[in-house]
Ligand binder design. Structure first.
Ligand SMILES: [Zn+2]
Length: 147
């Protein structure tokens, strides 16, 4: 089955996944704080247990801080004990891109926003059912939107 270009640019949940132009990405990145920029643009990791979103349990959606694409729902959030906000599934699988990361002497799966390519965190295979995945996220990459 071959997806048309039009359908590939829109996710099943109805969001536009057209990549941002370099100018648009830079315009949005200019609004980030230095810590948000370090995480999202320079692929950094924030220290554990300092996240404002860690114990956050209000209903809503966690969107990309750079381009506002919905990435995770509160209903898929769980307490992992790691010190980073953790989810067992994304809002829409097409919204979170997975990339093999062999930096720091480890083989990990890096996650990036499918639209703006901003760094989000990593996926580990030790999450709870039903997926068994743990999406370990930097809160600096997420913006909570109450529903
Ligand atoms: Zn984004």
């Amino acid at each position: 089955m071959t997806a048309t270009i039009e359908s590939a640019r829109q996710s099943a949940s109805g969001y536009d996944l057209m990549p941002l132009s370099a100018e648009e990405r830079e315009r949005l990145a200019a609004k980030l704080t230095p810590e948000e920029r370090r995480v999202m643009i320079d692929h950094g990791t924030e220290p554990p247990f300092c996240s404002g979103l860690l114990d956050h349990t209000d209903d809503g959606v966690y969107a990309c801080r750079l381009c506002a694409l919905p990435l995770f729902r509160t209903t898929a959030k769980f307490e992992s004990g790691t010190g980073w906000p953790s989810f067992y599934a994304p809002f829409d699988p097409a919204h979170v891109r997975e990339i093999r990361d062999i930096s720091h002497g480890m083989i990990r799966i890096e996650t990036r926003c499918a639209r703006c390519d901003g760094h989000l965190g990593h996926i580990f295979p030790d999450g709870p059912p039903p997926t068994g995945n743990r999406y370990c996220m930097n809160s600096a990459a997420l913006e909570f939107v109450a529903s």
